[in-house]
Design a binder for this molecule. Sequence first.
Ligand code: CMP
Length: 151
Amino acid sequence: MRKLALADAELGLLARMLRQVDFFSPLTVGQLDQVLPYIGLYSCETGETVFKQGDPGDAFYIVYKGRVSVRVKKSLLSLACVVADLGPGGFFGEIALVSNQPRSATVVCEEPTDLFTLLPADFAFVLRENPAVAAQMKRIAESRKFENRHA
Ligand code: CMP
């Protein structure tokens, strides 16, 4: 993954882009201003692995451009199966952060992909400031875990 530099002048553009992403849209202008400087933008090539199942959870990710696949391996000997494809606005990496456990899946870029990232403390800030978003995030994490257990 290659980090893309964000110049000061581009932060306004980033704020407008983030407004179109469901996860950030409930934030007030003030709240968005607080997290904006900590949002990273990374570029990945086709076939690049963002992280592997079992890795520690180091960040929360939102697809800005491109597409990623989510692959789960149920046991050491079984093959990984694709449980989801996520495009622009889709997010991943919440389970490890919300449940404080290792990554539940491997995520691979299926085409050239740009990703927004939030470090755990900044992700926690957004959830703290928005109880409705926090509740929704926990519901989504639980339903994804349930889906994988029963896949
Ligand atoms: P995490 O466990 O932190 O890292 C892998 C991520 O893949 C996980 O968080 C979810 O964001 C995502 N993920 C896992 N299972 C599914 C699923 N069934 N559908 C969509 N996304 C998933």
